[in-house]
Design a protein around this ligand. Structure first.
Ligand code: ADP
Ligand code: MG
Length: 365
């Protein structure tokens, strides 16, 4: 059992405030990913949980026990970093065993733990090798092995895959998900890569400028981003944003006009929006189809096989991307007529907050 609760965590370095009142309740056995652009405060927040950095204010609870001022080794956590510091002169076995040697564990119990970690990480046949004889992915597994043998309540990972090449990162993503299932442990994983966040997380914390933009399941963030920032951060290719003008409210929702004159009635609540107000509409490239009132001047066409991704501009001059079926009959240089279901359109107010939908679509969680 290990829940992790953060209450009003703030952090300043001198004059610079880098974390603002972070509240999070992470459930037992949950895999939570902190994601956000470089410099948004992910590592600082994780280091505060680990006890490697002290919060300026706020409290941390592990399993309901306050640990805000506890020494790192007394918190029952274990952290794996991007740069895995293995001892080059020690074997894989001794690298994994290291924390147990420090703790003076007796030989049979130590051996059982190392063998079990090696089995879980598929390193059994590598135990006699030195780190220099391993691939990058295997070395990272040894570093993870060293944290497994300590049987922490909470595992913390700070961009552990960033140094690996793309193919290996994909493999390690699958392995870490498998590891999470097998260990049944609470894990917090930091990355700037939204694909890692989407594929591994039970729930994602999107951080921006030291604030939590949104905390939810991957599909919740994908279908119901709370802000323009989350909307454009989650999803590949990125969501299109088009400035639009409010025409007024109609029974079906908010009527807007797009650059080039296309009009849409979108099923969102008007809130305080009045005729003439500027809003932004967000459309995911994969929600567009051929035929409709929107137009896209195709500059670049990438046929990926299963899909054809086209990049170009909309009539207002903004960048616009559409993902269409792989064999869609389209060409570079032409102007496409595209359509989108009104329910699939996101609408953001002047402050970048999403405007509430009139009826919530079904959600796959
Ligand atoms: P991330 O991991 O999301 O890239 P960090 O948590 O490393 O971001 O950094 C958040 C902000 O805090 C950055 O602006 C960074 O420059 C600043 N920062 C981090 N550590 C220190 C430090 N020890 N002293 C001063 N500023 C720091
Ligand atoms: Mg970092």
């Amino acid at each position: 059992m290990a829940t992790l609760d953060l209450s009003r965590i703030s952090k300043s370095f001198g004059e610079a405030k880098v974390l603002h009142d972070i509240d999070l309740a992470i459930a037992d056995k949950e895999f939570v990913v902190f994601v956000g652009p470089s410099g948004c405060g992910k590592s600082t927040l994780l280091r505060i949980v680990a006890g490697l950095e002290e919060a300026t204010s706020g409290e941390i609870f592990i399993d309901g026990q306050e640990v805000s001022r506890a020494h790192p080794v007394d918190r029952g956590i274990s952290m794996v970093f991007q740069s895995y510091a293995l001892y080059p002169h020690l074997s894989v076995y001794e690298n994994i065993a290291f924390p147990l040697r420090v703790a003076k564990l007796e030989k049979a119990a130590l051996d059982a733990k190392v063998q079990e970690a090696a089995r879980i990480l598929q390193l059994t046949d590598k135990l006699k090798l030195k780190p220099g004889q391993l691939s990058g992915g295997q070395r990272q597994r040894v570093a993870i092995g060293r944290s497994i043998v300590r049987q922490p309540k909470v595992f913390l990972f700070d961009e552990p895959l960033s140094n690996l090449d793309a193919a290996l990162r994909g493999e390690m993503r699958v392995e870490l998900s498998r590891l999470h299932r097998e260990l049944n442990a609470t894990m917090v994983y930091v990355t700037h890569d939204q694909v890692e966040a989407m594929t591994m997380a039970d729930r994602i914390v999107v951080l921006n400028g030291g604030r939590v933009e949104q905390f939810g399941s991957p599909m919740e963030l994908y279908h119901h981003p709370a802000t323009r920032f989350v909307a454009t951060f989650i999803g590949q290719p990125n969501m299109n944003l088009i400035p639009a003008q409010v025409l007024g409210t109609e029974p079906g929702g908010l009527a807007v006009e797009l650059p080039g004159g296309a009009r849409m009635v979108l099923p969102v609540e008007a809130g305080g929006a009045a005729s003439g107000d500027a809003v932004e509409i967000g459309i995911r490239p994969e929600d567009l189809r051929l035929g409709g009132d929107l137009s896209l001047h195709v500059e670049v066409l990438e046929r990926l096989g299963g899909s054809a991704v086209t990049y170009g501009t909309e009539p207002g001059g903004g960048r616009f991307c559409a993902m269409l079926p792989g064999d869609a009959p389209i060409h570079e240089g032409e102007t496409l007529a595209l359509g989108v279901a009104p329910e699939a359109v996101h609408v953001f107010d002047g402050g970048g907050r999403v405007m509430r939908r009139l009826r919530a679509p079904a959600l796959v969680a």
